[in-house]
Design a protein. Sequence first.
Length: 312
Amino acid sequence: MRKVLPLALTGLFALSACQFAGHDDPAGKARHLNTTASFPLRAYIPDPASDGAKAVTRAQWILGKQCMVRLGFAGFATLDPKGVESTYPVRQGTLSSEGTPGDDSPYGVVDPDLAAEHGYHNRTPDTSAQPQEWPADQYTALTGTFESGDSHVSHGHRIPEGGCLGQATRKIYGAPPKAVKVNGARLSGYYSLALALWNEAHEQASKDPAWKKADRAWSACMKKKGFHYPDPEEASLDFDWFGHEKPSAKEKETASADARCKLDTGYVPAVHSLDVRTQKSFIGRNREKLEDLRAADERAVRNARTIISHAS
């Protein structure tokens, strides 16, 4: 996985399950392998678009609504959870329309034509949930996320850890597993183990001599086109691409060359095979823990459906 792991509010991946035909051609094969659905650890991270995940989200908002009323937000008594279950809270005034460079697929750009149009500003929209702004006092109560000067008390009531939505999640799932660190970030979500193993497996795979060979072949191809980067990640995270809503001509040219060199050198199949092999090894060593977490998710879905039925 690349340096930044895309996480939604409840710790779920925004995962693509797209399938492509024509895997015999390099472009089709690269597109097929360049999705999280093609990795073994994907089986241990629920799809946010599944019925079970949607039930959990609805139950979170049902419980969150009840908590907000207890905290003194009387207006929440009329909130329809169905109207917000496909959203996640953001603090009012913090939404930004500025595009973020980078490609959130596992191996970055692989379509030269698409890259020539969008450069590295090619993140896949998260259709599982959209941001919704809430006033600062409601946002802190919902999420338990505070800025300097924010009160941890609402209308005389202490805001629970993780806010009302965090409390709801604990009621659905039970106590969260031990927190782990991924790229310096502390993750305490219910899928943190799978995310941590994914990152650790990738770090190990990327040190394999075969991976280094793939990087060198890609870099040599880029050099022939006039671009000097040691590996694809360095190209996609070039500082020149940041701070602009739209890609520059240079970014488009670089991204297109990046994608073309991946296809010409067979980069994605080469490194993907190493990632998959390493993930399978990590799964084998942690199978019991992973299966326990999968069972916990199944219980959470049952709990969520019970909550929904009682609220109907």
